[in-house]
Ligand binder design. Structure first.
Ligand code: ZN
Length: 364
């Protein structure tokens, strides 16, 4: 009783206390105050018959219903293996030649990496920003977007995978010098964007080409007041600020479900920034109007780098296209974020610029 009273008094007069230890990351619904554990299916490993998992310092093997046991040997998982949790002694494991932080779970169908959000965020930056030079403020703005995007799924109890269906996640695979990425993640630890009290599904892309766009135009999904499109010439020095490409008639005809010969493609409707909303394809005496974002994905997102279309001409049965930017154009422009960081803007200012109307919060 007496000891308890002393402790309370100590707190009241502000005596130095041992630093509060951060609570360990937890799995389950996202609650502020605690770093969540993210579940990422390692879908990018593709098809395999067996994988060998090695843990740094050894592995604790927890087969369902069995006693945990320690092993220094790699653990082999086959498609027929019973579900198992593999916990590396020193928090790092290797599977199929790739290294990850956290734990590896085999649920009988998927290999799932269970990893704290900050480690995951850094692994996504390594996958999504594999550039030589990123100012830490740009990496920080990207980290804020990655956390928000991720938490929007965690809040719904959904797992992610490591492909472009969600975000490219490279685990601990890194460039010789990625101190700038680590600094960006560290400096923005726990910071995310919220809209109406919920984590924002914060989309991002490589290069907008002059103006970002809204969610319906860029992604054909529900509008968000936090992603309406803002002017951005901060990406003007980027490799794909302007581009030219030649498209064969076949994929264009296929996208429009028409049969040749291809007579032309024109933009029917644009958004305020000049990005195409609707395009008309004419071929064989018929025409089809379709959403520009769907047209682009059908052609291939690398063949038609964006829907910011500045000139389209038919030439010898093919399509000559001039355009600007790379990606869907929604949310943060990665190359624009670098331009803003070079102009002295902070990670938080950059995030607030591209996600107008969202609020910045610190989760833990
Ligand atoms: Zn831009």
């Amino acid at each position: 009783m007496r000891r308890r009273a002393t402790l309370v008094l100590g707190l009241l007069v502000g005596c130095a206390q041992p630093p509060a230890k951060a609570p360990p990351p937890r799995e389950g619904p996202f609650v502020e105050g605690r770093e969540p554990l993210i579940r990422v299916a390692l879908a990018s490993l593709g098809t395999w018959e067996h994988v060998d998992v090695a843990g740094k310092g050894g592995l604790a093997v927890r087969e369902r219903g069995g006693e945990p046991r320690a092993t220094k040997e790699p653990y082999r998982i086959t498609r027929q293996s019973a579900p198992v949790d593999l916990v590396p002694a020193e928090g790092v494991f290797t599977v199929a030649g790739r290294t990850y932080a956290g734990e590896l779970l085999w649920d009988g169908a998927r290999l799932v990496n269970r990893v704290p959000l900050e480690n995951y965020t850094l692994g996504v930056l390594r996958g999504e920003l594999p550039l030589k030079r990123i100012p830490p403020a740009a990496a920080g703005a990207q980290a804020i977007a990655v956390r928000s995007f991720t938490l929007s799924y965690v809040a719904q109890g959904q797992d992610l995978d490591d492909t472009t269906a969600f975000q490219c996640y490279a685990g601990m695979r890194y460039a010789p010098d990625d101190a700038h990425l680590r600094e960006g993640v560290r400096a923005t630890r726990g910071i995310y964007l919220a809209l109406d009290g919920k984590p924002l599904r914060a989309y991002y892309h490589s290069t907008c080409g002059g103006h970002t766009t809204d969610v319906p135009t860029g992604l054909d999904r529900e509008p968000s007041p936090a992603m309406r499109g803002v002017p951005c010439d901060f990406c003007a020095g980027a490799r794909y600020w302007r581009w030219k490409s030649t498209l064969d008639a076949a994929p264009v005809l296929k996208a429009a479900a028409l049969e040749g010969p291809l007579e032309g493609v024109e933009v029917v409707e644009k958004d305020a920034g000049g990005r195409a909303r609707l395009v008309r394809v004419k071929a064989g005496g018929r025409e089809t109007v379709l959403r520009a974002s769907a047209f682009r994905l059908s052609i291939g997102p690398s063949a038609l780098r964006s829907t910011y279309l500045l000139g389209i001409a038919t030439e010898g049965g093919a399509l000559r296209v001039e355009g600007g930017g790379w990606g869907h154009g929604v949310g943060l422009c990665q190359c624009g974020a670098i331009g803003l960081a070079d102009r002295g803007r902070s990670a938080e200012e950059i995030a607030a610029y591209y996600y107008t109307g969202a609020s910045l919060r610190r989760a833990y």
